[in-house]
Every structure is written in C-alpha cells, then in structure tokens.
Write a protein that binds this ligand. Structure first.
Ligand SMILES: CC(C)(COP(=O)(O)OP(=O)(O)OC[C@H]1O[C@@H](n2cnc3c(N)ncnc32)[C@H](O)[C@@H]1OP(=O)(O)O)[C@@H](O)C(=O)NCCC(=O)NCCS
Length: 170
C-alpha cells in the first residue's frame, strides 16, 4: 500500500465521509445489525458525545477519507473501563487493499496510549474480509452467539473476538 496514506484523528469536517462509509457498510448487510442509514445529525451526536479517550481515526489518501475506525465504550461499569469495543469501516472501492490493516494497527496504538488493556469486537462469522483482518492482527475468537440479533427479520449469529494489549495478562 502506498505511503501517501495518512492515518490521523478525525475532525468534525470528516463526518460526512465517515457517514457515507458507514452507510455503505449498513447497506451491504455484512458489517452491522443496523438496518437504516444513519443521518448527519446522528453522526454529529456520536462524534461529540464521546470522551477524547474513545478516539476516532481516519485513513486519508490525497485529502480524501477512505476509511475510519473508532474505540467505543463497551460497558458503563467501572470494572470494564479498560475494555474498548471497536468499529472499522472502509469505503467499498478500497476494501481488501490493506487500509483496514493500517487503521487497526494505528487504533491499537491509540488504545494503548489511552489506557485500554483490551480491544473487543462483535462481527458476523460470514464477514470474510473482517475475519481475515481481525485474525491477521491477532484477535482471538471468544465464541459465537447463536441467533443473537435480527437482520431484515432473520436471526443471525454474532461472533465475539478479543485482543489483549497487555502482555502480562495474555
Ligand atoms: C472488514 C474491513 C474493515 C477490512 O478492511 P480491509 O481494508 O478490507 O482489509 P485488509 O485489506 O487490510 O485485509 C486484511 C486481511 O484480510 C485477509 N483477506 C483479504 N481478502 C480476503 C478475503 N476475500 N477473504 C478472507 N480474508 C481476506 C488478508 O489476510 C488481508 O491481509 P493481507 O492482504 O495482508 O494478507 C473492510 O473490508 C470493510 O470496511 N468492510 C465493510 C464494513 C465491515 O465489515 N466492517 C467490519 C464490521 S465488524
């Protein structure tokens, strides 16, 4: 992948591209149980209601954002303050070209910097690119929830995965 890519923290100006890319992932039915496109207002709230610890990163090529990734709260319980749930979404035209790998590596560094000891995620077992990305970056399958959620009226399985960021608790 070209070194012209830049990974940086997102700003409010990136929200319309973040929204477009997220809505592609929703429409494709491979990434999330969300069924309806998000609005700019929802993304604005999502961005501004998070504490700085829960970073949003974007991958930019020649001034255009082509992917984003975020650290999200996993639970409001204090005991889980060191656990971040993650999201990663790449523009359709750039999937399978290494952008997700680059973003997720940067997100991992950010998670360590921001004091998280673990990243977790929930994904569909049939999301082949997602599975490829997470396993390549060292995520471990925790297990599969059978018929966990509904997508377009049908039950779907959801896989939980994790990556510990502190060697001493591996
Ligand atoms: C899932 C997603 C984030 C992955 O990012 P990406 O940029 O496409 O992934 P990468 O190109 O970095 O590929 C990661 C690895 O997956 C593997 N891979 C590539 N193509 C694959 C395929 N068709 N099937 C299985 N694994 C594949 C490879 O090991 C690859 O690494 P390598 O090229 O260094 O060998 C991206 O495809 C995406 O946004 N998809 C739609 C939204 C989504 O599903 N988000 C995740 C929600 S859980």
């Amino acid at each position: 992948m070209s070194s012209l890519w830049r990974i940086r923290e997102a700003t409010e100006q990136d929200l319309s591209r973040i929204l477009d890319i997220y809505n592609q992932g929703i429409a494709d039915r491979i990434a999330t149980l969300e069924e309806h496109p998000k609005t700019m207002e929802e993304m604005y709230q999502w961005f501004h209601q998070r504490s700085p610890r829960y970073a949003v990163l974007v991958a930019e090529l020649e001034g255009e954002v082509q992917g984003w990734a975020s650290l999200n709260p996993y639970s409001h319980r204090c005991a889980y303050a060191g656990v971040a749930e993650i999201s990663v979404y790449i523009d359709r035209s750039w999937r399978g070209k290494g952008v997700g790998s680059r973003l997720l590596r940067a997100l991992e560094e950010k998670a360590k910097e921001n004091g998280f000891h673990k990243m977790i995620l929930f994904t569909f077992p049939f999301n082949d690119l997602g599975q490829g990305l997470y396993r390549k970056l060292g995520f471990r399958e925790v297990g599969v929830f059978r018929n966990q959620g509904k997508l377009d009226g049908r039950f779907v399985d959801v896989m939980a995965m994790e990556k510990c960021l502190l060697e001493e608790i591996e």
